[in-house]
Design a protein around this ligand. Structure first.
Ligand code: MG
Ligand code: ZN
Length: 273
């Protein structure tokens, strides 16, 4: 009897030891946050142009294209989707096109690496495309599970079967389109997650993008962070302009990429240090 009780005590103590060790490890566990843009970053096209392939003749009439106003792309895209609905385009037609959009070169290597280290990385998608396009594409590619969340314009089918687009939020940023400022999204996300993580900030931030709207959030990244602008795309050009006009003001490390392999290799080297 005594031996049995001792054995039970040892098992209990062992259990507590394991528990406290895993709590200790959890408390000291490094956590990195990586943001991805979608259009021309994850996928190798602008999805707003891709969906037009579902329209009759695979293009839009000139009168519709002429309604675009600078800084109001989201509203324009709403009119495009409404026109496509009028032309009889429904979910099936859109889905067929979306699922075939090609991934950007080398980007699958980044996802393989992130999947292998899912305990170290929190992965977030921020895009000015829309929820329907992104979820449809990610699900077809088997990638939906990789992302903790998708922050993008809401889109859903109405009773007629038309895809209806809404703006993400409102903001006061001068350089971003009316419906979305990614800097506002990133700072709100960081604040919210730090609160949820008992005040702990992430150990390092990464940002993969290509557009002018990816430049806006990248200026708030610090010297410990790394941004990956697609080589010679607007985000990269704007960073270079800022580095030249105000030396030292752009804080993050900049690693341009033409293939996602560059990013995968960088992350792997960073983890191996
Ligand atoms: Mg983009
Ligand atoms: Zn902005």
């Amino acid at each position: 009897m005594a031996g049995e009780r001792e054995a039970q005590g040892a098992i209990l103590a062992g259990g507590l030891l394991t528990l406290s060790r895993s709590l200790y490890m959890a408390a000291n566990h490094k956590k990195f946050l990586i943001f991805f843009d979608f259009d021309e970053t994850i996928i190798n096209e602008n999805s707003d142009n891709s969906v037009v392939r579902a329209a009759p003749g695979q293009k839009l009439p000139a009168w519709l294209r002429d309604t675009y106003r600078e800084g109001h792309y989201n509203e324009y895209m709403g009119r495009v989707l409404s026109y496509m609905g009028d032309q009889g385009v429904r979910e099936e037609g859109l889905r067929t096109i979306i699922e075939k959009i090609p991934v950007s070169p080398g980007v699958p290597s980044i996802f393989s690496l992130l999947r292998a280290h899912h305990d170290l990385f929190e992965v977030v998608l921020i895009s000015d495309s829309n929820m329907y396009v992104i979820e449809t594409w990610l699900q077809a590619a088997g990638l939906r599970q990789l992302f903790r969340c998708i922050l993008t314009n809401p889109a859903s089918f109405d009773a007629r079967g038309y895809l209806v687009l809404k703006p993400y939020h409102t903001h006061a940023c001068q350089r971003c389109p009316a419906n979305m400022c990614k800097q506002k999204i990133v700072s709100e996300y960081l604040r919210q997650r730090q609160e949820e993580r008992a005040g702990r900030p992430f150990d390092k931030l990464f940002y993969v993008g290509d557009g002018a709207n990816d430049f806006c959030p990248s200026v708030i990244f610090g010297p410990a962070d790394t941004v990956f602008p697609r080589h010679d795309y607007p985000m990269h050009k704007l960073i270079k302009e800022m580095q030249q006009s105000q030396p030292g003001s752009f804080k993050a490390t900049v690693v341009p990429w033409q293939s996602g392999e560059v990013i995968a290799t960088y992350l792997k080297t960073f983890l191996d240090r």
